[in-house]
Write a new protein. Structure first.
Length: 198
């Protein structure tokens, strides 16, 4: 059955929205257990994450855990001038938050909180679906594909790591030329990795 990208999006988003609050809570805790074993974490100090929405695997336990480890956490903010691009702002418990155009909470844009992309160590990326070759399907805005392009084409900048529920895995996704495959994806039950993307 060959599904279009949009059909995959609808199907997987519906699937993860049906997960119970208890399941989400357990998945968030198990995600931390998997993530904490990543060798990249030893040297990584500046880590970009995102606040889960729309049934995404719960990132709040991971953010809390990273703070406990003394790591600096950053959240994406839609760039006000550069269309389709993201900025990453330092995130703490007292950070002032606002709703963006997608009704997702993001830090209020303050220049002194911006962390340049080149100074991030890891970027944890959301995704709607991923396949057995490391390709990710996003929401369709291309924000993360643009953000990760320097890393993908020149090996520069923060290393991307996808986060997802196990149910978001499919055997094969339809691929576009601009898609950036991920070297690693962490789910509550395992770590997927593809050496060819490193």
């Amino acid at each position: 059955m060959n599904l279009s990208r949009q059909e995959f999006r609808q199907q997987i988003r519906q699937l993860r929205r049906q997960l119970s609050p208890q399941f989400q809570q357990q998945a968030g805790v198990r995600l931390v257990e998997q993530f904490s074993t990543l060798p990249e974490l030893t040297s990584a100090q500046h880590i970009a994450l995102y606040l889960s929405a729309d049934g995404e695997v719960d990132t709040h336990p991971l953010i809390e855990w990273l703070w406990q480890q003394g790591k600096q956490v950053y959240l994406p903010v839609i760039h006000p001038f550069s269309k389709g691009h993201l900025l990453f702002l330092h995130y703490q418990t007292n950070t002032e938050m606002v709703l963006n155009q997608y009704r997702i909470l993001e830090p209020k844009l303050k220049q002194h909180l911006i962390q340049p992309l080149a100074k991030l160590d890891l970027i944890c990326t959301p995704l709607v679906a991923f396949d057995s070759t490391g390709h990710r399907l996003g929401m369709g805005g291309g924000y993360y594909d643009r953000t990760l392009a320097p890393w993908f084409h020149a090996g520069q900048g923060a290393k991307p790591i996808g986060l997802a529920h196990d149910c978001q895995h499919v055997s094969q996704l339809p691929i576009e030329s601009w898609d950036v495959p991920l070297p690693k994806i962490v789910t509550p039950s395992r770590i997927w990795q593809w050496e060819s993307h490193l």
